[in-house]
Design a protein around this ligand. Sequence first.
Ligand code: NAD
Length: 248
Amino acid sequence: MFRLDGKVALVTGGSRGIGRACAEALAESGAHVIINYVKGEAAAKEVADGIIAKGGKAEIVGFDVADSKAVETAIEGLIEKHKRMDILVANAGIAIDGLLLRLKEEDLDRLFAVNVKGAIAATKAATRAMMKARSGRVIYLGSVVGEMGNAGQTAYAATKAALMGVAKSVAREYASRGITANVIAPGYIDTDMTTGITDAMKEQLNKLIPLGRTGAAKDIAAACVYLASDEANYVTGQVLRVNGGMHM
Ligand code: NAD
């Protein structure tokens, strides 16, 4: 079950954290994985080398998801090279937190440019090949805060809520072409993005999580492999919450 042999997958922001775990898990399931990075070329190469050392298939590609033209050019080139694009994991994301009172317009713009515009640009480019193949998987990384909201994360939560609208629209627009689109909404996952959470904050947070702990990137990667697989072919327009029960 959940084999992805012969499939080509692109993971944006795949050099670390959740993206890295998704890339490694997709490769372990047999996919040829393309790891996108924006600054972390060395880290992306390390991920790809690790996959290859285990007998998997991987390559890296650098582009800033906020630059729509660069996204389009890079993905067109990848489709030209591989003659297919089966799976897109729109994972690249940033968090800029702070009270709404202090929110800067440039931060709001950057959050939307990376988290939303980037995901849409990648979808637009990748689905060209999926449409021709009449098959494809688009997976967005949302967040528990996109549904619950969070003090100090108004702008970030807005971008993550937006991805649910994106996924549901893509799901409807492309359903007849055999393409599914879903969101994985992680709870609090231990990655570089959440290193700012102190032990005291974590203790408080764990009380809000029925399973009593924050998650690991591999918990998200497992959901990613499932949604990418043929076994998930009747699942589209959904939000798969992987959050230890924090939001039900
Ligand atoms: P992370 O900061 O470790 O990784 C984010 C990745 O995105 C990095 O590799 C980064 O280089 C890349 N990236 C950022 N801007 C980019 C750009 N402009 N172009 C290309 N790549 C870019 O964070 P993470 O925790 O692994 O988060 C991955 C995704 O999951 C994000 O979308 C995040 O919002 C979401 N998420 C994370 C958590 C969590 O608790 N860690 C919870 C919910 C949702």
